[in-house]
Design a protein around this ligand. Structure first.
Ligand SMILES: [Zn+2]
Length: 492
């Protein structure tokens, strides 16, 4: 996306910062909206750092990404250093994979430096990339773009309703209630006002009709559909769920949802009945869709019966699943390390990424077909943005080291299933692209490699190394050809 825009409309400028101008054409205005979207969600990912402007491109921090905003007060002799810095590559060492600590320390204040150091550049042979912050894999999707537009950019311009109770407790209730992920997600959409009810569609000019199919005089809002509609009121009335105090459903969706989702807790004798609530809400929505799209009518009693069936079916499945999943989980954790085939070596990698720490640890261990340890690597890193990134770093460092040691046939093993899938496919994850590109290039040094998933039980040595490296006092990498004392008990 960014590439196309840059080519056509932003000759020499940064696509994320071009101004709107005084008399914008329609096309330009749509591009400007897209630009605002990009500004909110796009970020530059450091490959070789040659195309990223340190001071103007958004490449740092959490959403939305930022450029460097501050520098240290430096003594005059360093002015020249600062003025010579323009592209991110100026902050990188020879290999392009590590930051120049001396420059970072001279020029940037602590906070800025930490933001830089949490990034792992792809290296000299790789390209810079753009990624999109609102999907897991970093690619732009229409759906996520629409979400950012409606949930972030447009909301900024609308004053929030003041009378709303805090939504957090209701969101929590939603994830706690007894229902399937599908129903959780549906409730979440209700609460976030993301349902395609007539009122919402008319508001977005997608439909002229804002009225409820059953009550032409009322706008079909989520609250109307689920609580205020004559049909919904009937369904609730014949259900075992008590109406709110006063007998009337409120005009606020949040107040109503809060009432029905809290029943079990506030009135313990209703605990079992309360399990029905999410399913009943779900059925009201399904029934409405069948009426709107297929013209199919149901009696209120039928809706209630189907909701009860849904709940019972789901809880039966859960009991069966729980019974079956016991031994499988154990097996997963146990697993067991096996030596590589004849003439191969095997390298296990792992990362440790403790929630509360501001650093993470990576480690790998290389063993031959007899199970003897040949090499080990351990390193602490400033905490990466995600566990997956740390797992990828562990793997990349192992591959880099072994390419220098001239091993030819290597089996790489990790307990990070997503990582292994990623390495075995040609999926494109823009947020990880430079690191993946670096790996692709390094693989040319080998005759044959395999990437294999191993349950955690088979990866304990690498796991132990990764955890040990959290205690290191510096971020310098450590290589061992002699087994260090702290790992001996794990190897036995
Ligand atoms: Zn209605």
């Amino acid at each position: 996306m960014a590439k196309v825009f840059k080519g056509r409309y932003f000759w020499n400028s940064d696509p994320l910062n071009a101004p709107l101008g005084s008399r914008p054409s329609y096309a330009w205005k749509s591009i400007h909206t897209a630009q605002e979207l990009l500004r909110q969600g796009a970020r530059a990912v450091v490959g070789n750092g040659e195309s990223i402007d340190i001071w103007r491109n958004k490449w740092l921090g959490s959403k939305p990404a930022d450029a460097i905003l501050r520098v240290k007060k430096v003594v005059p002799q360093y002015y020249r250093v600062i003025s010579s810095l323009s592209r991110v590559k100026d902050l990188l060492d020879e290999s392009g994979r590590e930051w120049r600590k001396d420059i970072l320390e001279t020029v940037f204040p602590e906070d800025e430096r930490r933001l830089i150091e949490e990034l792992r550049p792809g290296g000299k042979g790789t390209q810079d990339n753009y990624t999109w912050d609102y999907t897991k894999f970093g690619g732009y999707t229409v759906k996520s773009g629409y979400w950012v537009l409606t949930q972030i950019i447009q909301k900024r311009n609308i004053p929030q309703e003041v009378s709303q109770p805090s939504l957090n407790p209701i969101y929590q209730k939603i994830w706690q209630c007894h229902a399937s992920p599908k129903v959780h997600h549906f409730l979440w959409r209700c609460l976030s006002n993301c349902l395609s009810v007539a009122g919402n569609l008319a508001h977005r000019h997608l439909s002229r009709e804002a009225a409820c199919v059953r009550c032409p005089a009322s706008t079909e809002s989520v609250n109307h559909l689920l609580f205020k509609c004559s049909f919904a009121r009937l369904v609730w009335a014949i259900s075992p769920i008590p109406a709110p105090p006063g007998g009337e459903w409120a005009d606020s969706l949040y107040v109503n949802l809060y009432w029905v989702l809290n029943l079990g807790q506030e009135q313990p004798h209703l605990k079992n009945t309360a399990h029905l609530v999410p399913w009943l809400i779900w059925r009201l929505w399904k029934t409405r869709n069948e009426l709107v799209f297929k013209g199919k009518e149901y009696y209120a009693q039928e809706v209630l019966r189907r909701a009860t069936d849904d709940y019972e079916e789901w809880s039966t499945i859960r009991v069966v699943e729980a019974r079956n999943s016991g031994p499988r989980v154990e097996e997963n954790l146990l697993g067991c390390w096996r030596p590589p085939p004849h003439q191969w070596v095997k390298c296990n990698t792992d990362a440790s990424w403790p929630q509360e720490d501001n650093r993470c640890g990576i480690g790998w261990v290389l063993r031959n077909e007899k199970g003897e340890v040949l090499w080990m690597g351990a390193r602490a890193l400033p905490k990466t943005k995600s566990v997956l990134e740390a797992e990828l770093e562990a793997m990349r460092w192992a591959i880099l080291s072994l390419s220098r040691f001239h091993y030819k046939k290597v089996m790489f093993e990790s307990d990070a299933q997503v990582l292994i899938n990623l390495l075995n496919s040609d999926e494109v994850w823009p947020s990880l692209q430079p690191a993946l590109q670096d790996i692709q290039k390094l693989l040319h040094h080998f005759e044959e490699v395999k990437f294999v998933y191993i349950p955690r039980g088979g990866n304990v040595v690498a796991d132990r190394i990764a955890r040990e490296s959290l205690s290191f006092s510096s971020y310098d990498p450590k290589l061992y050809s002699i087994v260090p004392y702290w790992i001996k008990s794990t190897l036995v």
